[in-house]
Design a protein around this ligand. Structure first.
Ligand SMILES: C[S@@+](CC[C@H](N)C(=O)[O-])C[C@H]1O[C@@H](n2cnc3c(N)ncnc32)[C@H](O)[C@@H]1O
Length: 350
């Protein structure tokens, strides 16, 4: 039975499901989920992420976290963690770039990954250098230096359309036997009380119920034991409108067209991240392009360019542009950093 058939049967039996439930099934259903069945990344997959574009991304992230570790007195025992490592390219580049930082290479490398298929891919990339956990609550109780790149955008969102002072939840149901969006009856949503101030009737807002608990787990570790986190994702401060998108073979597609066969994401609302980061000091959200420039991506790009020629050089120049230019990933993607109160923010952030 396909995932479409399973979802259709579930809706016929128990009624429409929330957009979050639909996304959760599409991404992480144990047999048919996008992340559980596929290895969707890279040029041959459905989409590329920043570490796929250039090694420079992971190198600079690694050095940024290594500097934060030095700034906090270089604790001997600490965790270097990534949330949702995909193919493991980012953490592998981080480890390679920081090999020369004495003591940093002794990190306990811990990856938080829900997909068994992707854990196997990550194991191939990292060998026995890493260990895996299911959730942030399983991370060791010690200083934590963590990166999450395009992790929070993969967490399911609920969608609500404003109706007076109440909200109608957007749901996935059936019309003529086909999956279709609809709206539940209006109901109060106390968690959206703050959105009554910046929305009008008919506006759609999103709520990512899983984001705050994950971020709180990270922030609690960092506030208690020391450390730093870099959250990198596309999104902004407060989302407005439908940002759920499906991507298959590098092209946008209808989110209901092929359950489990396309990547489904939603923009990250950094206000939610900042609220959950409360026990820590957090940075302003900084565009990825500005962040990478401050960390020295142009100097690194020039150094690497000296060894390249022909198509390899052209690819390298376009990778630099893609990561940093405002019309590419430079503005759409944002970075937020977390450290314990009283500690300096990681380099590149303010
Ligand atoms: C878009 S990929 C991120 C890719 C990677 N960070 C990179 O920079 O290339 C999302 C990752 O998060 C994982 N993931 C999604 N939901 C998760 C969850 N609830 N818990 C743990 N991992 C999750 C996916 O399996 C996948 O590895």
């Amino acid at each position: 039975m396909s995932l479409r058939d399973l979802i259709t049967t579930q809706i016929e039996t128990a009624g429409p499901i929330s957009v979050a439930e639909y996304m959760g099934l599409c991404l992480l259903h144990p047999q048919h989920g996008y992340y559980t069945t596929a290895t969707p990344f890279g040029v041959k997959g459905d989409f590329v992420t920043a570490p796929d574009i250039s090694q420079m991304f992971g190198e600079l992230i690694g050095l940024c976290l290594a500097q934060a570790w030095l700034d906090q007195g270089a604790p001997a025992r600490f965790t270097l963690a990534e949330l949702g490592p995909g193919r493991g390219t980012l953490i592998a580049d981080m480890l390679r770039a920081t090999r020369g930082v004495p003591g940093f290479a002794q990190a306990d490398v811990v990856l938080v990954e829900a997909s068994a298929a992707l854990r196997a891919v990550q194991r191939d990339a990292l060998g026995d250098r890493a260990q895996w956990v299911d959730t942030v609550s399983d991370l060791p109780e010690q200083p934590l230096f963590l990166v999450a790149n395009e992790f929070f955008d993969a967490l399911p969102v609920r969608q609500f359309v404003r109706d007076g002072t109440r909200w109608r939840e957007r749901q996935v149901g059936l019309v003529d036997g086909k999956l279709a969006f609809g709206l539940a009856p209006p109901a109060p949503q106390p968690a959206l009380a703050h959105r009554l101030e910046d929305t009008s009737d008919g506006d759609l807002v999103e709520d990512c119920p899983a984001a705050a608990p994950v971020l709180s787990g990270v922030a609690d570790r960092i506030a208690t034991h020391g450390g730093a986190a870099l959250i990198i994702d596309y999104g902004d401060w407060r989302s407005l409108g439908d940002t759920v998108q499906a991507v298959r073979e590098h092209a946008a597609t209808d989110p209901l067209a092929d359950p489990g066969k396309a990547d489904l994401t939603a923009h990250v609302d950094f206000e939610v991240i900042a609220r959950a980061a409360a026990p820590c000091k957090y940075s302003k959200i900084t565009p990825q392009g500005a962040f990478l420039e401050r960390l020295g991506i142009t100097q690194r790009a020039q150094a690497l360019a000296g060894k390249l020629s022909g198509p390899a050089l052209d690819n390298h120049v376009s990778a630099h542009r893609r990561l940093t230019h405002p019309s590419e990933m430079g503005n759409l993607f944002k970075v937020m950093g977390l450290v314990p109160q009283g500690c300096p923010l990681p380099p590149g952030l303010e």
